[in-house]
Design a protein around this ligand. Sequence first.
Ligand code: FE2
Ligand code: FE2
Length: 196
Amino acid sequence: MLGLASRTGPDWTERAIAGLDEILLDHTHCEKKAASTAINLIFRYADQTALMAPLSSIAREELAHFEQMLAVLAERGIAFRRLQPTDYAKGLKQGCRTAEPGRLLDTLIVCSLIEARSCERMQALAEALPAVGEPELGALYAGLLATEARHHGAYLQMARDTGLFGEAEIRDRSEALARYEADVLEGVHPAARLHA
Ligand SMILES: [Fe+2]
Ligand SMILES: [Fe+2]
């Protein structure tokens, strides 16, 4: 699905449903982080004109998701509090090259993979939640996952729009980093988190 090299199994969905409050809190943080990542890229790659508008648009959408999730937390009486991040994002960063322009390509691909993984897991939630008496939350995830799928494609399109990378290079690097992402995820301690 969406270029991912592994598929989420029912064990994750069971864990997520059993720890739904923590999933909702973690997801709220993920939206905040997604917005912050897009804004950071605007600063870091200000010379890449083609990236500015798409990154800004993603940042706005992620902040809107953040506000949506804050409302869900408030409705359920879940306090927004700090959460220790898992090793997922840190692990992915370690798989990115450090010299430009490879760093830029890898970063955009990693962003596209995070969007894809979020989308895949939101799909699992959208399917599982109605059966446990949470149809409204299921519908919310069904709505969000479409945007995350679009973000997945948008990050890959940005890699093309820089004009710095060939199609074969983008494809090869996407496949390699997808395998890497699957390994990193496999190594994260199982928890009720979107990326664990
Ligand atoms: Fe989002
Ligand atoms: Fe997103």
